[in-house]
Design a protein. Structure first.
Length: 717
């Protein structure tokens, strides 16, 4: 073997890193085999003398990093601490470091910023893993297997007196700027907010190259920022012309022929209850007293499946969107407005086609009979939640008797549902009063009252019973019918134990013996903290201990609701899974056979993914509007509650308006502060002062960054 070199040229440093990754990938194909340097060089196709010299240098680097061992002179094997190669999805944090989520592994693999190669947020990557200095498992990116996206939102910065620029991405988790040659500016000027498409990332280049494909406008302007949010998540804000044309051609007539195929329920008292600003009404309730004293309650859902047919461009567009997106100042609908706000919307004093779940309930809300199928209804009245609540509280007003009967039945069902294991998270949601220019002039909180719970209980009933009807036969045995479920897995036991240990410091107890005890403990905890200083903190931690609800063809149950079988059936105007559920229900009512499960699972995953994107976009729009609202309060002092703690600082939420800002540890000049993950706190090394999740503090608003949608606060002593 050639003589070892005493040093490695800095010029070759990058090249040797690349060769090292090739070597590790080759040696991992048979991790128990011992190779000499010639076998390794041949294996990676580095065969001429100069290339083999580089292989030798790379082997020395790998040996120095303890990634390989030299078993005898000139022979190498993968280090026993090396765990091999894995594939997963990379997730960056703001520091530039990342974690790779590998399916089947409980813990994510840490990737230091120097080892991320050319990976970007959300990419599917191949990594090599190793134990660094005997500590936790770490990894290095070997290769990007699949780009999750190539288009990004950012601000163009033109380099002075040069013929190029860079797009600085809005999202801090995008760990690089994108180089833009002069010819790729696409009409953008220095400082413009743009959409950039990454065109290539050459090996060895620090930055990828791209071209600007759309100019969004000036940063900070309302329309620019809202369109930026949609673009960031790949959510379209306009329908293609051909989709709008197809929607306009839909036959809106209620025909006798079609009515003849349905249960005609137009003569029964029917009404909708929705938010005051709602435009699409996709559910209605009907009620009438039967001769035997029981109540017939109909839950009527817009029959979107009658109008949106598989194989059409209208259906293709709805599937791609998968959900409506509710931003602070607008709705980006799943369906064109002619459908969502007109044809399918259950507007008052209009006949409408519906898909219904009809139940005969006794006075104790027990189900005596049930029926599912297509109907035609006529809504007699459109109520807002406030109007319905007024009838519940005063027992006065039109249809107050019907609303109060439904309210009484709903309350019985709610108590029973909680007794059976449902968890009652009931957090208020922040909303904004906007002027004609979409400027926030006030903040209020949406709080659920009896009228909200009334609608919620009957929608839950329909969703649950449709799911059971398809999944179980009349004897209660499980069928083999493929269906789309809304599932919510059990909480992570480790997170529950952490929650139990933490709340015990406040005197609260939790019993984690079994699923039912956990649910009872959580409900008792959420009840006991109401109105107390630690309420917000404990509610937040309890929610973080929960799994995320998704769509699936596997009926694993819905933990949060305490249901074994559950689906989404009640909002097909704004959710594609509900449209799938309608089609499948009619398919089975017609005697159809179970469809291909794999195809449906793919659709379920797509809908879950789009739902997450929509939720992130909605959250960003709220953050943007909160920052915009707080711009008017720069320099002012507020009382706040610590809502989150991290290594670099902690967040404080202002209860009166929901705005959340960051306190950076480096700005706390009275001491040097350390992060304690176990207690969700930071503490001063010298004086021992602590800032803990849930603590009340006084803050001053010092910065409002509309672009980053971030507020910076300062502690006021």
């Amino acid at each position: 073997m050639p003589k070892k070199r005493k040093y490695i040229s800095h010029k070759n440093e990058h090249k040797l890193l690349e060769i090292g990754k090739l070597i590790l990938r080759f040696m991992n194909e048979n991790s128990t085999k011992i190779y000499n340097y010639k076998q390794i060089a041949d294996g990676i196709d580095y065969k001429n003398p100069r290339q083999r010299e580089l292989v030798i240098q790379a082997l020395h680097k790998l040996q120095g990093a303890e990634r390989i061992k030299e078993t005898e002179k000139g022979k190498y094997i993968i280090n026993l601490n090396i765990k091999g190669t894995l594939t997963g999805i990379i997730d960056f944090n703001q520091s530039g470091n990342a974690y790779v989520k590998v399916e089947g592994l409980e813990d994510d693999i840490f990737i230091h910023s120097k080892n991320v190669k050319d990976a970007l947020q959300g990419d599917k990557v191949l990594i090599v893993t190793y134990t660094y200095k005997g500590k936790k498992l770490e990894g290095s990116v070997l290769e990007v297997l699949e780009r999750t996206r190539t288009e990004f939102v950012g601000t163009l910065q033109v380099v002075a007196h040069k013929d190029f620029g860079f797009v600085v991405c809005d999202k801090k988790t995008i760990n690089t700027d994108i180089f833009i040659p002069k010819g790729n500016f696409g009409g953008a000027q220095d400082g413009d907010k743009v959409i950039v498409k990454m065109t290539e990332w050459k090996p060895g280049d620090k930055n990828p190259e791209g071209e600007i494909i759309k100019v969004l406008g000036a940063p900070g302007e309302h329309e620019t920022e809202i369109h930026s949010i949609l673009a960031e998540y790949g959510l379209p804000y306009q329908f293609p012309e051909e989709v709008e044309r197809d929607a306009d051609k839909i036959d809106r007539r209620i025909t006798e022929e079609e009515v003849g195929k349905r249960w005609d329920m137009r003569g029964i008292c029917t009404f909708t209850i929705d938010p005051k600003d709602a435009k699409d009404f996709d559910d209605a309730l009907s009620i009438r007293k039967l001769e035997n004293g029981n109540w017939e309650v109909g839950i009527h859902i817009a029959d979107v499946s009658h109008y949106v047919v598989p194989g059409t461009i209208l259906d293709d567009e709805a599937y791609q969107r998968a959900t409506s997106v509710y931003l602070v100042d607008r709705v980006v609908p799943m369906l064109p407005e002619v459908l969502s706000n007109d044809v399918c919307s259950l507007r008052p004093n209009e006949d409408k086609y519906t898909f219904s779940a009809v139940f005969e309930l006794d006075n104790d809300a027990k189900i005596k009979k049930q029926w599912f199928g297509r109907t035609v209804i006529h809504s007699d009245r459109r109520f807002t939640y406030e109007e319905a609540q007024e009838r519940i509280e005063t027992k006065k007003g039109d249809l107050q008797e019907e609303i109060n009967i439904l309210d009484r039945l709903a309350k019985i069902m709610r108590v029973e549902r909680i007794r059976e294991g449902a968890i009652t998270f009931d957090r208020s949601e922040v909303r904004f009063n906007l002027d004609e220019n979409n400027e926030p002039v006030g903040v209020y909180f949406k709080i659920s009252k009896d009228s909200n719970h009334l609608i919620e209980e009957f929608m839950l009933l329909a969703n649950k019973k449709v799911s059971e009807f398809i999944s179980l036969n009349k004897k209660g045995d499980i069928t083999q019918n493929t269906f789309i479920y809304r599932v919510h897995d059990d909480p992570d036991p480790a997170k529950l134990e952490s929650l139990r240990d933490f709340v015990s410091t406040f005197g609260y107890k939790m019993d984690l013996a079994n699923t039912k005890k956990v649910a009872e403990s959580l409900n008792r905890l959420l009840h006991d903290v109401k109105g107390k200083g630690e309420e917000n903190m404990i509610e937040t931690l309890a929610m973080r201990s929960m799994s995320k609800a998704i769509y699936s063809t596997e009926p694993i149950g819905h933990y949060g609701l305490g249901f074994e079988y559950y689906t989404h059936f009640t909002s097909p105007i704004r959710r594609y899974p509900d449209l799938i559920a309608h089609r499948l229900l009619q398919h089975y009512l017609d005697g159809g056979k179970s469809p291909n499960k794999a195809d449906l699972e793919e659709k379920a995953k797509h809908c879950s993914s789009m739902e997450r994107l929509a939720a992130d976009a909605e959250r960003d729009s709220i953050k943007y509007m909160q920052v915009k609202f707080m711009e008017k309060h720069l320099g002012e002092t507020f009382n706040g509650v610590i809502s989150g703690v991290a290594e670099f600082g902690f967040w404080v939420e202002i209860p009166e308006n929901g705005a959340e800002g960051l306190i950076k540890l480096r700005d706390l000049v009275d001491d040097s502060y350390m992060f304690d993950a176990k207690t969700h706190a930071v503490y001063g090394i010298r004086h021992g002062k602590r800032y803990q999740l849930g603590d009340q503090v006084q803050i001053k608003v010092v910065k409002a960054n509309l672009i980053q949608k971030q507020l910076d606060f300062k502690i006021v002593d």
